[in-house]
Design a protein around this ligand. Structure first.
Ligand SMILES: Nc1ncnc2c1ncn2[C@@H]1O[C@H](COP(=O)(O)OP(=O)(O)O)[C@@H](O)[C@H]1O
Ligand SMILES: O=C(O)[C@@H](O)C(=O)COP(=O)(O)O
Length: 417
């Protein structure tokens, strides 16, 4: 077990840095990679995390990208795999989690795996197969209003049944807390009854620890970063000393493209501390020079401490109006595009520290910055580590929509050397 190299396929970049942060914090030497590389990585690692931007893609594209990632990870020595999706199970109407899980199972010649988005430290728990955020069902937690992957059902069994080829069963809480052998017995029973996936209840970390032990021989596990933390612990490595990866002082910018409840709070809090500019959706769609205008504004405030912020973040009523006016896909893409162009210009102008809020937003920004891979630094908040590029002094914090406390942007900058 201890010599198995873990290969992670993450469906977005914040999700990738979330799992990479927990793997690293729990002792695994981890490298996060931007997409599927063309060449092998020279650096040694216990875990390789490939960041894809596949969460909201058509399922066929998501499957193709995930299989490419799997093949690269296999070629690069990985023999145990983790499909990382969101702890709020974010998926489009067609759904990618089911098809990608099926494709990875087939490619690995397996017929069974687990579905475990639970991340108790950030309030994501699973009970009787229902996903909760704090004490609210997923579909009442604010996630029903997500701009591109609204979650209208909290039943993981129904969500999987709608997306995947096989049948989904449940390992319920009373069976989980009886321990690893009980969980394994449930797996054997479900397999014998023809189930292909087991949703596993977990309301606390102690259950994730039991589950990590029960899946230790599984070639493929799927879930959020919570289970991965306990899989990393089972490798029994020494915890790593990470402070060297805190960013050096340098030009910093905050780009917020998330409209989650928490990001709205974080943006509102930060507006009182630093120069901030709201990105205008109509300009993003129709004004080809808009990226340049935002770039000039950021440059004019570059020396301010704490750093300037550009935000597209709006509350749900405003979001719905904008989406009705311009179309969901069109406006999301236009805003992502503006952030990506802006980030590229800022890097060329010497900006070294990028704090980005939002999974899709972070994914496009990092893809366009063209940074190949990252070492994993200290966590700013659970699930959001600082990242340092392998080959340049560029630092990134990729904040998942709902992660962090309201002072996140301030706290992140307070961690610089
Ligand atoms: N004001 C806005 N109007 C419409 N869409 C927006 C607005 N602000 C952000 N978006 C889009 O919403 C999506 C947010 O997704 P994402 O970046 O993944 O955030 P989260 O991490 O909260 O899921 C992006 O595609 C972004 O371009
Ligand atoms: O598992 C999680 O919650 C995160 O790692 C994640 O995937 C978040 O996605 P976004 O909220 O879209 O950033």
């Amino acid at each position: 077990m201890a010599d198995k190299k873990l290969g992670v396929i993450a469906d977005d970049f914040t999700g990738a840095s979330d799992i990479a942060g927990f793997l690293s914090e729990n002792g695994l030497q981890t490298i996060q990679i931007n997409g599927v590389p063309l060449q092998p990585l020279p650096n040694p690692a216990d875990a390789l995390v490939i960041s894809l931007k596949s969460r909201s893609n058509p399922p066929r594209e998501a499957v193709e990208q995930s299989l490419q990632a799997l093949r690269w990870l296999q070629k690069n020595g990985c023999n145990r795999f983790y499909f990382k999706y969101c702890s709020t199970f974010d998926s489009s109407a067609e759904g990618n989690i089911g098809p990608v899980t099926d494709a990875l199972l087939d490619a690995l010649q397996q017929d069974f795996t687990v579905i475990c988005p639970a991340l108790p430290i950030n309030g994501r728990t699973v009970f009787n197969g229902y996903l909760f955020v704090g004490n609210l069902l997923l579909n009442e937690s604010g996630m029903q209003n997500h701009p591109i992957t609204p979650m209208k059902d909290a039943s993981l069994l129904r969500l999987m049944d709608a997306q995947a080829q096989g049948k989904t069963g449940l390992v319920a809480y009373p069976e989980v807390i009886c321990g690893t052998e009980s969980i394994k017995t449930c797996f054997a029973r479900l397999k014998a009854e023809g189930y292909r996936y087991a949703v596993v209840d977990a309301t606390e970390n102690s259950q994730l620890a039991l589950l990590a032990e029960a899946v230790k021989d599984f070639p493929l596990v799927t879930g959020g970063s919570g289970l991965a933390a306990y899989i990393a612990r089972s490798y029994d490595r020494q915890a790593q000393n990470l402070p060297a990866l805190i960013p050096a002082p340098g030009k910093t910018v905050i780009l917020s493209g998330s409209c989650s409840l928490m990001t709205n709070q974080q943006v509102n809090y930060y507006k009182a501390l630093a120069p901030s500019l709201a990105l205008d959706a109509e300009q993003a769609l129709h004004n080809p020079d808009y990226g340049d205008e935002l770039y000039r504004w950021v440059l004019a405030h570059a020396e301010h401490k704490p750093a300037p912020m550009i935000y597209a973040t709006v509350e749900v009523a405003a979001l719905k109006q904008i989406q009705q006016r311009f179309g969901v896909a069109q406006i999301s893409r236009a805003i992502e595009e503006v952030f990506a162009c802006l980030a590229v210009k800022l890097k060329a102008a010497g900006f070294t520290n990028f704090i980005v809020a939002g999974g899709e937003t972070s994914s496009i920004v990092v893809q366009r910055l063209g940074l190949s891979a990252f070492y994993i630094g200290k966590q700013i908040a659970p699930g959001v580590p600082w990242l340092k590029t392998l080959d340049a002094p560029v630092f990134l914090a990729l904040k998942s929509g709902n992660f962090g406390t309201k002072d996140f942007f301030e706290v992140a900058q307070g961690m610089t050397l």
